[in-house]
Design a protein around this ligand. Structure first.
Ligand code: 2AM
Ligand code: CA
Ligand code: CA
Ligand code: CA
Length: 261
């Protein structure tokens, strides 16, 4: 897509995200309806659904030819990355949303023929909107975001996921031990935004496409790397362990993880 068209779309999507944030804040003041999806640790609320419906309707208006893959199933049945594809997570960190009323994000990633093109992570309570892409750069609340320093694993905090750390999947305990220490937030979006901001040198978690679609676009735009745990490219239509890291941290993590694979 032309840079000018992307910049226009970017402005329009940021407006939609501001409206989505207001929608979520308003609904938070009312009684939530909470349901279990696959387990008591996997929740969905009425706000996940209503915000997804809002985002799908608005994004469809901005780009009628796009296909939309959304977590709660209110988008399209997407089986290919051909053409324009939105991947949407209406509330990332639903457990936090329900129990903390904090530390959750609204996210969307835009892919054109599979190419990472635009990404949005809105930390709702922190009121920080990370937005942009490789052609137009990345901003936080409209201000340009500098590339984070390429720190090694040994010089930074590492974003872990609770299940991987508890069960020591992918040598997660050794990875964390080689860093300055683990941090666990319970929201892929919030933790990836911390890697973008240079607050973490990496983040590793088992994720579904909507958990990392936005983060991948933003991370790669800032010189960070996004891969599977063996260093191979991620697939935007499947689930798996996803590593977002500085180049130097990725090297150290791959060495630890692949030692025992
Ligand atoms: P979600 O809140 O949008 O479901 C911590 O739970 C992080 O992992 C969140 O970003 C959450 O996204 C994501 N996640 C991925 N798969 C999950 C699952 N099966 N149950 C709970 N959270 C999951
Ligand atoms: Ca969910
Ligand atoms: Ca999610
Ligand atoms: Ca979600």
């Amino acid at each position: 897509m032309e840079k000018q068209a992307l910049q226009q779309l970017n402005q329009a999507v940021q407006t939609v995200f501001q409206q989505a944030r207001q929608h979520v804040l308003t609904k938070m003041g009312e009684k939530l309806t909470v349901a279990e999806k696959t387990s008591r640790k996997d929740l969905v609320t009425n706000v996940d659904r209503s915000n997804e419906l809002f985002l799908v309707q608005q994004l469809r208006q901005l780009d009628p030819q796009a296909h939309i893959l959304a977590e709660e199933g209110l988008g399209d049945h997407v089986t290919s990355l051909a053409g324009h594809v939105w991947i949407v997570d209406p509330i990332d960190g639903t457990m936090n949303f329900v129990h903390q009323r904090n530390h959750f994000a609204i996210m969307a990633g835009y892919y054109v023929d599979g190419e990472p093109t635009l990404g949005y992570i809105f930390d709702v309570m922190g009121n920080r909107l990370y937005a942009g892409g490789p052609q137009i750069g990345v901003t936080v609340n409209g201000q340009p975001l500098a590339k984070p320093a390429d720190l090694p694993l040994s010089d930074g905090l590492f974003g872990a996921s609770a299940p991987l750390l508890i069960h020591n999947r992918f040598q997660m305990q050794a990875v964390v031990d080689a860093s300055l220490g683990p941090r666990i937030m319970g929201s892929a979006g919030i933790q990836i935004s911390q890697v973008l901001a240079g607050e973490l040198v990496g983040y590793l978690s088992y994720l579904r496409p909507w958990d990392f679609a936005a983060g991948r676009v933003l991370a790669e735009s800032l010189g960070l790397v996004v891969s599977q745990v063996d260093g191979t490219p991620v697939n935007m239509l499947s689930s798996g362990a996803v590593l977002v890291a500085t180049k130097r941290a990725q090297r150290a993590i791959l060495a630890i993880v692949t030692q025992t694979m």
